[in-house]
Design a binder for this molecule. Structure first.
Ligand SMILES: [Zn+2]
Length: 240
């Protein structure tokens, strides 16, 4: 029923921009790092995912990060990723803005993906700025082929600015969206908390698919409290 309504909203309000958070990847077996279970519960994030920690002891950060990258590259896109890629092919999704660094949207076939927290696609040298593809063969401690320094994954660490080009693009998309479809985010963290407001301010509508309350439920035209994969698969079957 709600998938039917969501499909109607997507058809009626174009362009549609999708905003995804950790919840879109949990069905691929990737835990939300803010959830109280899983590997993240046992580590102090400031010790392993902050710029200060990386500068102080990059090998230590990699001892943890290499495991994370192995987990992410071992995961597969789920029904939600595939459905969103299909909606783009159908001309019904303009772009995806994601907080996720796992590359699963791209691997599912989505083309317009804006990664506001960076991704594990590449790593950069903080000393000489060289950027390298982050191949698994470089693990456990990737080093700069130019100067030998330890490379940092191009993922936004605590204490770092978000990539300005991606943020600008995300705001531009949000302002131009007739419908912002949020999937798998509680909308608590900047910038995802701000982008739907940008759409609403510009006169667009908001729809949310998330398995828990979000900060903007009362501003949404539709809130679906169900599995992202199941819901979006149904939406595609209505629209395809
Ligand atoms: Zn270097």
């Amino acid at each position: 029923m709600s998938a039917q309504r969501l499909a109607e909203l997507i058809r009626k309000h174009q362009p549609c921009v999708v905003l995804t958070g950790a919840g879109v990847s949990t069905e691929s077996g990737i835990p939300d790092f803010r959830s109280p279970t899983g590997i993240w519960a046992q580590v102090d994030l400031m010790e392993y995912a902050s710029l200060t920690a990386f500068r102080a002891d990059p090998e230590k950060v990699w001892s943890f990060y290499a495991l994370r990258i192995e987990m992410l590259t071992g995961a597969e896109p789920n029904d939600a990723h595939h459905a969103l890629a299909e909606l783009e092919r159908l001309g019904l999704v303009q772009a995806i803005v994601t907080q996720n660094i796992d590359l699963l949207h791209t691997r599912a076939g989505s083309r317009e993906v804006v990664e506001v927290h960076g991704s594990i696609r590449t790593a950069s040298c903080l000393a000489c700025r060289r950027r390298e593809p982050l191949e698994e063969s470089l693990l456990p401690v990737p080093r700069c082929p130019e100067c030998g320094a330890v490379l940092k994954p191009d993922v936004v660490f605590f204490g770092e600015l978000l990539p300005p080009a991606a943020i600008d693009r995300a705001y531009e998309l949000a302002r131009g969206a007739a419908l912002m479809l949020v999937v798998g985010s509680a909308l608590e963290v900047y910038p995802v908390a701000e982008l739907p407001l940008e759409t609403l301010r510009a006169g667009g509508s908001l729809a949310i698919v998330n398995r828990a309350p979000t900060a903007l439920d009362d501003r949404a035209e539709l809130k679906v409290d169900a599995s992202a994969g199941e819901t979006l698969r149904e939406v595609v079957s209505v629209l395809a």
